[in-house]
Design a protein around this ligand. Structure first.
Ligand code: TYM
Length: 327
């Protein structure tokens, strides 16, 4: 069975973008792959975090993974900082990463823009991400479109290590969904929807109440044409809503265009809101049960132990290949 690894940062409540771009694929793939799903808290601290908020977000993300349909008995769900091999291999991979290639990462450029003091971890973030993936002999990494460049670097680092030392790493493939790989902000449809957006109206959180979801979608930026048609370049707002609608219901964009032919944006936006609310409702209900139970700790303990087993084997080989330690 092939192996999947993916991670999500616990840096705020997940958005519908995280769900449609990432988690929905995880759920779909989990029965056919040996899966590792990680809460990457060490990635989250590359920008300042409040310690209590971070702790809360870690638990909340674990609950959201499960509430969305990740089965913790068949998939391994764990917290990155509880498996120290991640930072260990991260450091080793930093030693073969070049500053130039790290500086070229668009996520680094975006996050460091306008900052006076940039943490060095923000720059070396992709080497840690490569370590996450390579520790588990990962074949496939399902992610949204914004992680493509990091995956390309991961592949390069794996090949570089294999050529320079010993052929121990599997070179992973990226998997990006056909629809929903890049959900845009509701307020600025030229910008990616992000959980760290300061404009709350720009994103739908997975835990937003139905009324709030409806309000946000009704105030989403569209255009004055009044025609429901997919045209990313000229109608980015409507195209984004069509993508969200299609990803939530599974209806094709062409079918949706037909469904709303001759109707205005009011009807269309109501349809989008209903689709999102219906998708999130069962997840939110399950989440409320989970977050109040003790189940999560047992699941995360079990995940940590399973992940450690595989990570321990890889780090041993990698250290030997590089000549670290005594044997
Ligand atoms: P993060 O936490 O920003 O996002 C988690 C996942 O959600 C996807 N995503 C989106 N998809 C569609 N539309 C959007 N607007 C949108 N926003 C986010 C992301 O592509 C991602 O798949 N560096 C990673 C975390 C990470 C990781 C890893 C991922 C660390 N180690 C190893 C895969 C493998 C990140 O910041 O994701």
């Amino acid at each position: 069975m092939k192996t999947i690894f993916s991670g999500i940062q616990p840096s705020g409540t997940l958005t519908i973008g995280n769900y449609l771009g990432a988690i929905q694929q995880f759920v779909e793939l989990q029965n056919n792959y040996n899966c590792y799903f990680c809460i990457v808290d060490e990635h989250a601290i590359t920008v300042p975090q409040d310690r209590l908020e971070l702790r809360k977000n870690i638990k909340s993300l674990a609950a959201l993974y499960i509430a969305s349909g990740i089965d913790p008995d068949s998939s391994t769900l764990f917290i990155q900082s509880e498996v120290p091999e991640h930072t260990q291999l991260g450091w080793m991979l930093q030693s073969i990463s070049y500053v130039g290639e790290l500086e070229r990462m668009t996520q680094y450029k975006d996050k460091s823009q306008g900052q006076e003091a940039i943490s060095s971890a923000l720059l070396t973030y992709p080497s840690l991400m490569a370590a996450d993936i390579l520790l588990y002999n990962t074949d496939v990494v399902p992610v949204g479109d914004d992680q493509k460049q990091h995956l390309e670097l991961t592949r390069n680092l794996a090949q570089r290590f294999n050529n320079r030392f010993n052929d121990i790493f599997t070179v992973p493939e990226v998997r990006i969904p056909k629809v929903g790989a890049r959900i845009m902000s509701l307020q600025e449809p030229s910008k990616k929807m992000s959980k760290s957006d300061t404009n709350q109206k720009g994103f739908i959180s997975m835990l937003d109440e139905p009324k709030r979801i409806e309000k946000k979608i009704k105030s989403a930026v569209t255009d004055s044409e009044g025609i429901v048609k997919f045209d990313k370049k000229n109608k980015p707002g409507v195209s984004n809503l069509l993508t969200i609608y299609s990803s939530c219901t599974g209806e094709s964009i062409a079918d949706l265009e037909k469904k709303y032919e001759g109707k205005g944006y009011g009807d269309f936006k109501q349809g989008v809101a209903n689709a999102v609310i219906d998708t999130l409702r069962p997840i939110q209900e399950k989440y409320e049960q989970l977050i109040q139970s003790d189940e999560l700790d047992a699941i995360l303990d079990q995940g940590r132990d399973k992940a450690s087993l595989s990570a321990g084997k890889t780090i041993k080989k990698a250290k030997k290949a590089m000549g670290l330690g005594r044997k």
